[in-house]
Design a binder for this molecule. Structure first.
Ligand SMILES: [Fe+2]
Length: 387
């Protein structure tokens, strides 16, 4: 288990553009990919309009000869109802491709709409363990946060009632991604901190993962080194540093695209749906305890991670503790609670959280070892105290 195998496969966007002002190149990307006809712009409910980007994107699309329809009804943790509504609009308007502008919610909703509008049915018909097959409308993803990595992944996380499920398939990897750091100048620093914690979780859950491989490790080291170096400057408003985090979250997205998320995301999903914690915050509350716990299972890898991050550990346990300390420092800097207790979760709820986390089997099974109820309990109780 301390060794990773050289065996993997993953889909990637055909075109990925990174750089300040790169949103202006949307027209060029469309032309290069040979897209034509009508675009559906998928966004959240307010930021795209308020920031002026909705108008800007519409203008770029129209001046490239495209017709444009708008679906700006995506809520955080988008529901099956919302994506079905979006798909209905896409079908009625006979759109040819989708441009998703937003955080993970808008991008994931765009992917789900791309599937449903092409193939019909209900969102849950496509939930994992199903794997989506063609046809799917092409999606161009433009992230506005620095966490989810959805612009390069094959996942769309959709909520049904109090549960988060996932639509999976290489065919829903966006055909193009445009990463423009200027868009992040609008990101409130609280959300910047939360989404960066999501990217950190993607990297760490990929590293300590049954599907880890040499390629995902490269993405992990790149993502973690960058986030740890630039987190504070980005939090304080530096656009250059925010661009670095946008880059790092894309790298971490590549890592989960190869590995899938693990136990932290499983329990985190439950925390979000039960208490309303933002997705990245939910993961932040669990990730340090996860590091301590799994480092015991794969000690050589734990040691290697600390070395790659220049933490200079001499033992695996020390490596884990140094990484936990470094992450806790980032949390303190950005006012993220260090424990479930500090986040206001009552102790009498812990059993129910363990139960809820156990139901995310698809995430648990990616974790090192074979997590049992006892492991999930250790994670939840450790996170309650704070690692
Ligand atoms: Fe995530």
């Amino acid at each position: 288990m301390d060794q990773v195998g050289l065996s993997f496969g993953f889909g990637s966007p055909r075109k990925l553009i990174f750089g300040r002002g790169s949103i202006e190149r949307l027209g060029e990307v469309i032309e290069e990919l040979g897209l034509s006809g009508k675009a559906l712009l998928v966004t959240g409910r307010s930021f795209a309009r308020r920031s002026g980007y909705l108008e800007k994107l519409k203008t770029i699309l129209e001046s490239s000869g495209m017709a444009v329809s708008i679906f700006d009804k995506v809520e955080p943790n988008p529901s099956t109802e919302t994506v079905e509504l979006g798909a209905e609009l896409a079908r009625r308007e006979e759109v040819d491709f989708i441009v998703s502008f937003g955080g993970g919610s808008a991008m994931d909703a765009g992917k789900a709409i791309a599937v449903l509008s092409s193939q019909g049915g209900r969102a849950e018909d496509y939930f994992y363990p199903a794997v989506v097959k063609p046809p799917v409308l092409p999606v161009i993803a433009i992230p506005t946060t620095c966490g989810t990595g959805s612009e390069v992944t094959k996942f769309a996380v959709i909520s049904k009632g109090l549960r988060k499920d996932v639509i999976v398939g290489d065919v829903i990897v966006p055909i193009a991604s445009i990463l423009d750091p200027d868009v992040l100048s609008y990101l409130p620093r609280e959300l910047l901190a939360y989404t960066s914690m999501d990217a950190i979780s993607h990297a760490i859950e990929s590293y300590f993962n049954k599907n880890a491989n040499p390629l995902s490790d490269i993405y992990v080291f790149g993502a973690l080194r960058t986030i740890m170096r630039y987190f504070k400057d980005a939090y304080d408003g530096s656009i250059d540093a925010r661009g670095k985090l946008l880059y790092a979250s894309m790298l971490a997205g590549k890592a989960i695209n190869l590995c899938g998320t693990a136990m932290v995301h499983g329990v985190g999903y439950y925390l979000t749906m039960r208490y309303g914690f933002q997705h990245g915050l939910a993961n932040a509350l669990l990730i340090t305890q996860f590091i301590r716990q799994v480092s015991n299972l794969v000690p050589q890898r734990a040691l290697e991670l600390g070395r790659r991050l220049d933490l200079n550990p001499s033992t695996p346990a020390e490596s884990a503790e140094l990484l936990i300390k470094a992450l806790n420092e980032l949390k303190r800097y950005s006012n993220i609670p260090l424990s479930l207790k500090d986040a206001g979760v009552p102790e009498e709820d812990l059993e129910r959280i363990v139960e809820g986390g156990m139901s995310y089997e698809r995430n648990l099974k990616n974790s090192p070892g074979t997590p049992t109820r006892r492991d999930v309990e250790e994670l939840v109780r450790g996170a309650f105290k704070g690692a």
